[in-house]
Design a protein around this ligand. Structure first.
Ligand code: UT7
Length: 315
């Protein structure tokens, strides 16, 4: 398949490092130096659903496609306001589509998983036009008193319309033990939801372990794709790396011996938006005229599971 339309949506509310340092034992200096993040967006008057629908409509407009022409909607999402129905069902109704739809919880790898599933369905003749929506608000899972996690995440949504083409070159996924490096189930007997439907089980991250997993798996995924396809790292015009930590991105760049200019970042503005991170960045790059027809793009993401995914694509 190929990406024919792309869109993104972010909450209005900006939370700066300075604002967080008023309520947490942290500082702009620490957050900037260790992560690269300067500010993030958090939900205030909006819901995750609003971001998802806005991004989806922008992607459809960019693809010049009517929602009724969609054959499938795949929504990558970890947590939203509803347990059921799936977020994709509500998106479908709001945008006026009439097609099968489902949600996938692929954590930060959700965008690459969704593109891969769309491609597989296309190859067996099931679909032609697929809407992928990645909508996330990891802050729903945070303990805002925990400085080790609260400073890292932000909300956002990115969407892409995939249509027939041979632009997705190859994908690769891994799964490894270590689910408790990103989430800890404190007590499986304990009902995870209070009466308002908000989770009582905050995300707990073993940052250094995840850092090591992220850097090693991202480099090995991309190297494996290069070996399998014969494409060389130098032939990639732009590397889209999951925006979790600027130091992770710089490490990967160094290991691949590529110039920093090939690794665009927006983590400074949005923090880690989980699966939405890659389509938001792609949308920004496209709107700024920084992706061109025929460009070779590499995508790589890692997250809770522990899972990782990578994809090579010609634009
Ligand atoms: O999409 C999900 C994938 N997630 C990731 O990729 C995250 C991967 N991990 C990371 O990005 C980094 O490990 C972090 C940014 C989470 C942490 O950076 P670090 O350089 O690994 O710091 P650390 O965990 O080794 O902590 C160093 C110190 C500790 O204090 P002590 O024990 O040395 O006194 C922490 O308690 O920094 C302290 N610390 C903070 N200090 C100020 C931790 N968080 C903060 C904070 N502000 N927000």
């Amino acid at each position: 398949m190929k990406i024919s339309g792309i869109g993104s949506s972010l909450p209005k509310k900006v939370v700066t490092n300075e604002m967080l340092s008023q309520i947490l034992d942290t500082s702009d200096e620490w957050i900037t130096e260790r992560t690269g993040i300067k500010e993030r967006r958090v939900l205030s008057s909006e819901y995750v659903l609003d971001l998802a629908v806005d991004a989806a409509q922008k992607a459809l407009a960019d693809a010049n496609m009517d929602a009724k022409d969609l054959d499938y909607i795949i929504c990558a999402n970890v947590v939203n306001e509803y347990v059921t129905p799936a977020l994709s069902c509500i998106i479908l109704e709001k945008i006026g589509a009439r097609c099968p739809c489902f949600d996938l919880n692929g954590a930060c790898v959700g965008f690459i998983y969704a593109c891969d599933i769309a491609e597989a369905y296309y190859k067996i003749g099931k679909v032609k036009n697929v809407l992928v929506v990645c909508a996330e608000a990891p802050a729903h899972m945070l303990d805002w008193h925990d400085r080790t996690c609260a400073v890292l995440f932000g909300a956002g949504a990115g969407a892409a319309v995939l249509t027939p083409g041979d632009n997705i070159i190859k994908t690769r996924f891994t799964g490894s033990p270590g689910w408790d490096r990103l989430y800890e189930m404190h007590d499986l007997q304990w009902c995870p939801y209070d009466e308002k439907g908000t989770t009582n089980l905050p995300l707990v991250m073993h940052g250094q372990d995840v850092f090591k997993f992220a850097t090693s798996t991202c480099v090995s995924d991309l190297k494996a794709l290069f070996e399998e396809t014969g494409i060389k790292p130098d032939e990639i015009d732009t590397y889209f790396i999951h925006q979790a930590n600027l130091r992770i991105i710089r490490y990967i760049q160094t290991m691949l011996r590529q110039p920093a200019e090939k690794f665009p970042t927006n983590i400074q503005k949005y923090g880690n938006t989980s699966s939405a991170s890659l389509p938001i960045l792609l949308d920004e790059m496209k709107r700024e005229g920084k992706v061109h027809d025929g460009d070779m793009l590499a995508f790589s993401a890692f997250g809770a599971g522990l899972v990782s995914g990578a994809m090579l694509m010609k634009w």
